[in-house]
Design a binder for this molecule. Sequence first.
Ligand code: NAD
Length: 486
Amino acid sequence: MQVTEELIRNVVERVLAQVGTGGSHSGAHASNGRSHRGRFGVFDNVDDAVAAATEAFEALSERTIEDRKRIIGHIRRISIDQCVELGTMEMNETKIGRLVHKIEKLKTLGEKTPGVEFLRSEVFSGDHGLAVIEHAPFGVIGCITPVTHSLPTITGNAVSMIAGGNTLVVNPHPSGKLVAAEGVRRFNEAIYRDLGIDNLICVIAEPTIESADAVFNHRGVKLICVTGGPAVARAAMKSSKRAIVAGPGNPPVVVDETADLDRAARSIIQGGAYDNNLLCIAEKEVFVVSEVFDAMMAAMDRAGAARLNAREVDTFTKVAITSVGEGQHKHDVPHKDFLGKDAAVLAKAIGKNVPAKTELLFGETDEHNPFVPVEQMMPFIPFVRCRDVDEAIAKAKHYEHGFRHTAIIHSNNVRNMTKMGRALDTTLFVKNGPCMASLGLGGEGYLSFSIATPTGEGVTTPLTFTRERRCSLIDDLCILGAGARG
Ligand code: NAD
């Protein structure tokens, strides 16, 4: 299906007519008003959800790999066919990001998340027989998902985890709970009607920190997968269970004197403005060598970003960044009124008019401007002038905060690329493209919206959610040569 502006407009109108704009529609209810809680995956409490997911896991364990493929086929189909409607619900509920990208994320995850084809067994054969390594499920996986991609994260997790033979219980972000429940209800209903198994994907209808904690500590949950910011990443790492943690990022970009500046500018806009800078992998601050700094700023102008002057940057910083915490815990955070808002809305806050279609604001700052250290999640990107590439790489390393998440360089000097890759040691290291190219969207490789950074699993796949099991036959079935039996 071709997603066009007209198609989006039509469907948005239909959806708004159905659900109203005030977000009063509960995803835990069907449009006829009957409650689905406790059915088709939507639950009031963690104990019930884990019990249902456990039962579903037992049922799934009796099924073939081909059945897993069919189950995933339903998730893919709904995610692709209903991307406009579900993306619109997500936009209306969370009120952050850009509608066209909400829609595209669901469609792309449906199309590109790896499924059962990603599972492979390894074999060792020799004089002493045969050993096969197979990838088995864990059971029920407890998931925590972010507001930035509420249903997309669940969709990607569901495909990967079910491909690995698992079921899941999701504690979504409270600000994206309705679309989470509605998506999960649709997935389960379709799967149930075709294969007779319900509750493969369970969601807590009224998620809280307490329900997240209950998921972390439930005896029936065998593994945790957390996608979110620093607080939840820390909480998961402290849990007594094995946790796969897709934590926060603050991806720096370095531009050296050999870069193709127009390509760099287009890439920074494409990645940094995607869904209004909500992606954890998105370009967040740019360090440019002084030799090409002015030319790079001009390239950003040419590519359509709107430049703020020094006074405007100052004023904008004061309204868009705020402090939280006390004493040694005091730190800067993005002001929630500006999170994921359009560039034109940000500009308006300081009395500046830019065309409504402007994707990104940018401006020169020094490294001490809070937009450099803070994961801003809004479409303003600070550009910092650096003496040379060594200084740019050193600052990039400093402001990545050791998250080891994502870093980007625009360069045609392979030594500079290598130097930065080694220094930053990030999970994703992108050269000469926008951040999303590293997830197979315009680059090679596969897609997931849970990139496990502190715990090291990287871009998650079905194999991430499996246990290795070894099946050994001693002395037989190696059909080469004489073997140990002589
Ligand atoms: P968030 O940390 O505010 O919330 C994430 C989830 O954790 C939510 O479900 C929230 O309810 C829950 N949560 C928050 N604090 C908790 C605690 N102390 N105990 C238990 N649960 C808790 O993040 P967000 O604003 O929803 O999402 C944006 C953040 O997620 C950014 O930092 C971004 O970098 C990160 N993120 C990372 C990836 C990745 O793949 N590494 C992907 C998407 C988003």
